[in-house]
Design a protein around this ligand. Structure first.
Ligand SMILES: Cc1cc2nc3c(=O)[nH]c(=O)nc-3n(C[C@H](O)[C@H](O)[C@H](O)COP(=O)(O)OP(=O)(O)OC[C@H]3O[C@@H](n4cnc5c(N)ncnc54)[C@H](O)[C@@H]3O)c2cc1C
Length: 428
């Protein structure tokens, strides 16, 4: 006889694990896969381009700060708990972000603290940084590449509710262990190949090894495979906002001479199209903010190039504009991984047209930080919908307890109009 559960989660990256924990705490019997999230840069920051997106991100800072409270104790994981490096994120003021005026306005509305930095103060905090402007972002073959503009950067803003987690996989493992304590069950190497239906509703899943599992609730938290899983469930066609996998490269290079770890922080720099943070092993991590001059590489998540390409060098050379003594190492190190991107780079946390089949997808390269809240939001949506609420007609409200802010979960609907307030980039 097939095993049966109150809920099955396809994918146990950080989003699937956090939902498993939240459902387990509601007393549900949950089964999930064993997941990844390992390639994430795991940067925590409160600023997004919308108020609701920023509110959720600011709230997440308090979950990372009070990690043991969220997990239910500091001894839940034999591997130990992650550390949140709450070092702040220094964002350069540029034409591309309207000199951060709209961002500071959003932060004011949420009471999220920040400090404005002059160019001299930026150089004092980050001694190896120069504050020339190179905007707009260019490819290295452009004759103007590396040539500073007449006007330097006007300054930056340090957002204090920000930083990074140095081990995103351990963060996921921490939540997985907490979810197990709450009664959740995890399966290794269990690839879902079919979504089962009965009476017009979801009834379970079939695994590649031939096993079937029964459940009235199945959640798609399959990360970059979300579109494939939606196609299996035949729910994609009716979605207004869809998802697809985008290839990304992250470079890790040796820290430049003079980089002061004690004052270092996350940086976000639309003047050169990059973000950085200190990485383990005395490295500087360099990720791309997807400037318009770079092509998007949409891929099949089961068949893409896992090696570094020219893009790795492009990102390092761009950083050399800001940090002239960085150098370009011969050995390429870092990460090649995928974002699961929606049409407006805002995730989908919702039900679907197939009763009992739910979506926590389209995390668009920016939802690691929000996972604890996304898990709780999904658990609440699932519980309310299974109890008869129509999430499409009356999406539930969700309260952010630390910052005392309530938003409508309709913000994350699969049926929304494309949100034109979005940055249409990894910045969300
Ligand atoms: C390079 C990079 C940098 C990033 N940087 C940041 C950052 O700095 N800050 C931030 O907040 N976010 C960041 N993100 C985004 C963040 O990491 C993701 O939003 C988050 O990890 C998504 O987690 P997930 O659980 O949805 O997906 P995943 O972690 O991808 O998990 C999905 C799981 O589903 C499984 N799966 C897929 N198909 C099936 C199937 N058919 N059957 C069973 N299992 C299946 C997969 O094996 C996988 O384990 C970054 C992402 C990348 C790639």
């Amino acid at each position: 006889m097939a095993k049966s559960y109150d809920a099955i989660i396809i994918g146990a990256g950080i989003i699937g694990c956090a939902t498993s924990l939240a459902l387990g705490r509601k007393g549900w019997k949950v089964s999930a896969g064993y997941g990844s999230t390992s390639g994430s840069c795991a940067i925590i920051r409160p600023y997004y381009s919308t108020l609701d997106g920023s509110a959720m991100a600011y709230e997440s800072h308090f979950y990372w700060k009070n990690w043991a409270d969220y997990l239910g104790g500091d001894d839940v994981d034999e591997r130990g708990l992650i550390e949140y490096h709450n070092v702040g994120s220094l964002v350069m003021k540029t034409e591309a972000n309207d000199y951060l005026r709209p961002t500071m306005e959003l932060m004011d509305r949420l009471d999220s603290p920040y400090s404005e930095y002059s160019p001299a103060e930026i150089r004092e905090k980050l001694p190896v940084w120069n504050t020339d402007s190179f905007y707009p972002v260019k490819r290295p073959q452009d004759p103007g590449f590396g040539v500073p503009n007449d006007e330097p950067l006007p300054g930056g803003v340090l957002f204090h509710a920000a930083g990074y987690i140095s081990d995103p996989q351990l963060a996921t493992h921490n939540i997985m262990r907490a979810a197990e304590i709450a009664g959740g069950e995890f399966r290794y190497n269990a690839r879902v190949v079919e979504i089962l239906r009965a009476g017009g509703k979801v009834s379970g899943i079939a695994l590649e090894n031939g096993e079937t599992l029964e459940s009235p609730v199945v959640l798609n938290a399959a990360g970059p495979h979300s579109s494939k899983v939606n196609q299996m469930a035949d729910v994609e066609k009716s979605m207004k906002v869809k998802t697809r996998a985008l290839r990304q490269e992250v470079a890790h290079v040796p820290l430049p001479e003079g980089y002061r770890r004690e004052t270092a922080c996350v940086t976000s720099d639309s003047d050169i199209g990059l973000y950085t943070r200190p990485e383990q092993g005395d490295a500087l991590l360099i990720g791309s903010e997807d400037p318009p001059c770079d092509p998007h590489e949409w891929v099949d998540p089961d068949d893409y190039n896992r090696d570094f390409s020219e893009q790795w060098k492009v990102q390092v050379l761009r950083t050399c504009q800001r940090v002239p003594n960085l150098g370009v190492p011969n050995q390429m190190r870092g990460v090649v991984d995928l974002y699961d991107v929606t049409d407006d780079w805002i995730p989908i946390y919702d039900q679907s047209d197939l009763p009992g089949f739910y979506l926590a997808i389209g995390t668009s390269g920016n939802q690691f930080k929000n996972a604890p809240i996304a898990g709780q939001l999904m658990a609440d949506i699932i519980e309310a919908t299974q109890n008869g609420n129509d999430q499409d007609a009356s999406p539930i409200d969700f309260h952010l307890k630390y910052i005392d802010h309530t938003f409508s979960s309709g913000f994350y609907s699969r049926l929304r109009e494309i949100n034109q307030d979005s940055s249409f980039s990894v910045l969300g």
